[in-house]
Design a protein around this ligand. Structure first.
Ligand code: ZN
Length: 260
């Protein structure tokens, strides 16, 4: 397939730092331990950002992605990695935080291994109520504390599950809020905070190609919604499916460790 043109410098509102002109820009990078956020951290580092990575322990089904995030933060050169514990499990209502709700799986053809039916339409039960709003709000507070002016987030509105808080309009709205809602924002003559979402219009294959060019080791990442404690992927949830199909479309070998 034709490679997508990837230029993170063209990310809206996130210009390249000019060497020697100004102090390095500090960024808070949301790092889940999955494929997308690892790519975003690599992109932010490639743009010269001093990166403060943050992950959230929000009652997700498994610990494997938090362990992956810690390893990725080191491997990709973040200056720190914080894990904030928050109780979105208290909300309920999501298959990712409530063990009583099953994670939907995609059946595969026994002979070919291909997925038998298209991805289901609509917002699935893996949607966590207002998750990215909650995560970005905490990242914004952290940015004020560490003196960061950018929030980097791996939301994607192409190969995704239809979550409303993964769309460009959400990113733009949160950036406006960040500048209205903070001491740093209102004391600055210019818009102080930028929300950088360099994956928002990329396909999963485009994300994988971009990260591969930056040296991301995707074998370190965990995307599965129901990974084993060792980080082995089920191969059948929507997240595994998008990832598997992304590696195939990108013509990049899939390093994911699958169960069975
Ligand atoms: Zn899975």
């Amino acid at each position: 397939m034709e490679r997508e043109h990837v230029n993170t410098a063209a990310t809206p509102n996130c210009p390249v730092t000019e060497p020697g002109v100004a102090a390095p820009i500090r960024a808070v990078v949301l790092l889940s331990g999955g494929l997308d956020s690892a790519t975003v951290l690599a992109m932010a580092r490639a743009e010269g950002r001093v990166c403060h990575a943050v992950s959230f322990d929000y009652g997700q089904r498994h610990r494997a992605e938090l362990l992956a995030a810690a390893r990725l933060a080191v491997a990709l050169g973040a200056v720190e990695h914080r894990v904030m514990k928050i109780d979105t499990g208290g909300l309920g209502g999501s298959a990712l935080t409530d063990n009583a709700i099953a994670v939907p799986v995609n059946a595969t053809d026994a002979a070919t291994g291909a997925f038998a039916a298209p991805l289901a339409e609509g917002i699935p039960v893996t949607y966590v109520p207002a998750r990215n709003t909650v995560f970005l709000a905490l990242a914004l507070g952290m940015a004020e504390v560490v003196g960061a002016t950018e929030l980097w987030v791996g939301v994607n509105a192409v190969d995704y599950s239809g979550y409303p808080d993964c769309r460009p309009a959400f990113v733009e709205a949160f950036e406006r809020l960040a500048n209205l809602a903070t001491k740093a924002g209102v004391e600055s003559a210019m818009p102080h905070f930028r929300v950088c979402a360099p994956l928002v219009t990329l396909s999963k294959a485009g994300i994988i190609q971009a990260g591969s060019q930056l040296g991301v080791d995707y074998g370190m990442t965990v995307s599965c919604y129901q990974a084993s404690p060792e980080g082995l992927a089920c191969g059948q949830c929507d997240s595994c499916r998008l990832r598997r199909e992304g590696f195939a479309a990108a013509a990049v070998a899939d390093p994911t460790r699958y169960l069975g």
